[in-house]
Unconditional design. Structure first.
Length: 244
């Protein structure tokens, strides 16, 4: 059901803004490269755009690698006060500088969605803007989801998400790498563990512990995770910003 929803969103974005299927496939290819560097990823094979497009069609225009796999997985974090971190001698604490959770609603076309509202509030609470982010883990349940989320996080303007893929902005080595874990598309999507797994990836990035997929000098990271559906939007959305 969800891939049908994502496919409809993808087609609408293509019609409205000229986004191409090759740009969606570019998301899958990028995340497959990131996932090939992640020993925890469910799929480790690096794919080209051409290989993504040649795979079986699931829901037009989504081929198999444009859809996240459901998988088993677990993740955990330890949260403590600054005082307790000092007492325990935590040498590289990562601070939660903002975390915004909202329910979705059946809003009208053109109105801000939960992703836009959550990210806007998170930026304000953290005292930063999208231009300050060094690394992002976002909810790429489908490849088009990532493109649309670039826009809802204000990383670019409306309709410009596909261009970020063409320009390599969100690839390792780009201005703001996205889904260095491989994302849901390659790391896997264990549903309940997905959100905390994003936090684990960002924490390790901000601590400089990500090995081959390390983002050089990463100091600020953002996690974006949503679930369910109400009308045209997610039923719940959470945006969290972490700082080294």
């Amino acid at each position: 059901m969800f891939m049908d929803i994502y496919a409809q969103m993808a087609r609408a974005h293509m019609e409205a803004y000229g986004t191409t299927v090759e740009q969606y496939a570019g998301v899958s290819a990028k995340n497959s490269f990131h996932g090939s560097l992640n020993p925890r990823a469910q799929f480790r094979e690096a794919l080209t755009v051409e290989q993504v497009l040649a795979q079986p069609m699931i829901a037009e225009p989504l081929t198999r690698s444009m859809c996240s796999p459901i998988g088993d997985g677990a993740a955990a974090v330890v949260v403590m006060s600054e005082r307790k971190a000092r007492e325990l001698g935590v040498s590289q604490p990562v601070q939660v500088v903002s975390s915004v959770l909202r329910s979705g609603w059946d809003h009208g076309p053109g109105e801000p969605g939960t992703g836009e509202i959550c990210s806007g509030e998170a930026y304000e609470e953290a005292g930063i803007g999208p231009e300050d982010l060094d690394v992002i883990e976002l909810h790429d349940a489908s490849a088009p989801s990532e493109v649309l989320t670039y826009e809802s996080l204000s990383l670019c303007g409306k309709g410009e998400g596909g261009r970020m893929i063409d320009e390599g902005v969100t690839r390792l080595g780009g201005r703001c790498p996205v889904n260095t874990s491989g994302g849901l598309l390659r790391k896997g999507h264990p549903i309940g563990a997905t959100g905390i797994a994003q936090i684990v990836e960002l924490t390790e990035q901000l601590q400089g512990r990500s090995g081959e997929r390390q983002v050089a000098g990463a100091k600020i990271g953002l996690a974006h995770n949503g679930g369910g559906t109400i009308g045209p939007d997610a039923a719940a959305m959470c945006v969290t910003i972490l700082k080294a």
